[in-house]
Design a binder for this molecule. Structure first.
Ligand code: FE2
Length: 149
């Protein structure tokens, strides 16, 4: 009990808002990790005449996807929530579906990642819009439209 209390972060958000927002961020973070690993999977298993271009492009994309993870996790912690703790937790909640196929054609890889990125974008919007209202309702506005929490 004492250890759990050590994770408490002071916040003006209600307990429900913290749980709703951090819960949505956990799902989003699981999706980002699933997309990261699939992107690296396809980077590692690319084949065909465009190997070099696709291989390098997916490496760049993988880095950009991975770069999102820390900000999402720490946003949940900053508002007083918790975040992912394990690969097992990711596998239980991810909405981006794994691809464990022995072989995937290069253009099928690209198409699948296009669809997964579109889903991730939609999931990000679904987290952002309802929760932006909650967060803004807890902000105090200062001069010239500036605000602080
Ligand atoms: Fe590599």
């Amino acid at each position: 009990m004492l250890h759990i209390a050590s994770l408490v972060t002071p916040t003006t958000l209600s307990e429900k808002a913290v749980n709703d927002i951090s819960g949505a961020l956990v799902l989003l973070l699981a999706d980002v990790f699933a997309l990261y690993l699939k992107t690296k999977n396809f980077h590692w298993h690319m084949s065909g005449p465009h190997f070099r271009d696709y291989h390098l492009m997916l490496d760049d994309q993988g880095e950009q996807v991975f770069a999102m993870t820390d900000a999402i996790a720490e946003r949940a912690r900053k508002i007083g929530g918790t975040t992912l703790r394990s690969i097992g937790q990711i596998s239980r909640v991810q909405r981006i579906v794994d691809n464990d196929a022995e072989y995937v054609k290069p253009l099928d890889m690209i198409a699948e990642l296009r669809d997964d990125n579109a889903l991730l974008t939609q999931n990000m919007r679904n987290v952002h819009f309802p929760n932006a209202r909650i967060l803004l309702s807890n902000c105090q506005f200062g001069p010239a439209g500036t605000f602080y929490r």
